[in-house]
Write a protein that binds this ligand. Structure first.
Ligand SMILES: Cc1cc2nc3c(=O)[nH]c(=O)nc-3n(C[C@H](O)[C@H](O)[C@H](O)COP(=O)(O)OP(=O)(O)OC[C@H]3O[C@@H](n4cnc5c(N)ncnc54)[C@H](O)[C@@H]3O)c2cc1C
Length: 182
């Protein structure tokens, strides 16, 4: 659907690659686009002529079932996330379609099957690691860089590149009854 051609694509394997890519683009005065799950139909994850930071290979999800938190890399899809969380009967509200990227969904607010019970996806975001335009990593939470934390909870992808999300989890499933009431 999206017909744009970046000059260069960096396929990041970790946070260090993201920091380096942001600094390189800054030095070279290149436009940056950031791709998470690549599911945004407006094509916001791709630019013409600039540097595409592709995070779709960073798909790790780590669940702490005792603390009920999950640490998620920015290329994880909703399917990757649910797969790990459901092993412990845990979940947090994400979207309806399993191939959507968790990063773009979260940065736009996020609404899904469990939202009536547990709120928006961003209501369950505890913290995020964000690489800002200077190429430095900042942690955003209620207590650290709280203005940045406010901005990334629904403000979209323009405040920095998120390299890791931390979510609060709730006991859900693994057996559930769900669906639409129309
Ligand atoms: C079929 C379909 C079903 C959907 N269902 C739902 C739903 O149920 N609930 C819901 O809330 N939304 C839903 N959406 C919308 C979806 O959440 C957004 O399109 C979202 O942007 C997709 O995220 P992504 O990471 O896959 O997208 P991408 O195309 O990779 O990125 C989307 C935007 O986020 C930015 N971005 C991505 N990753 C990062 C990052 N790590 N740091 C900074 N910026 C970043 C990109 O630059 C771009 O601007 C749906 C979309 C589709 C196409």
């Amino acid at each position: 659907m999206i017909d744009r051609k970046p000059a260069m694509i960096v396929r990041c394997a970790g946070t260090a690659d993201i920091c380096r890519a942001v600094r390189f683009a800054r030095e070279q005065k290149l436009l940056i686009a950031v791709k998470g799950g690549g599911h945004n139909i407006a094509g916001n994850a791709v630019c013409d002529g600039g540097l595409l930071i592709d995070l779709s290979h960073m798909r790790g999800v780590t669940v702490d079932p005792v603390a009920k938190v999950a640490h998620v890399e920015p290329g994880a899809t909703l399917s990757d996330f649910d797969h790990e969380c459901q092993a412990f009967g845990l979940a947090t509200p994400v979207g309806i379609n399993s191939t959507t990227g968790l990063a773009g969904l979260t940065l736009g607010g996020g609404f899904g099957w469990l939202s009536r019970k547990f709120g928006m996806t961003v209501d369950n975001l505890v913290a995020a690691d964000v690489i800002t335009a200077d190429g430095n990593l900042r942690r955003a939470s209620e207590k650290e860089n709280s203005d940045l934390f406010w901005a990334i909870r629904g403000g979209g992808g323009n405040f920095g590149v998120v390299s890791r999300f931390e979510f609060r989890l709730h006991p859900v499933g693994p057996e559930i009854l769900g669906g639409l009431l129309v």
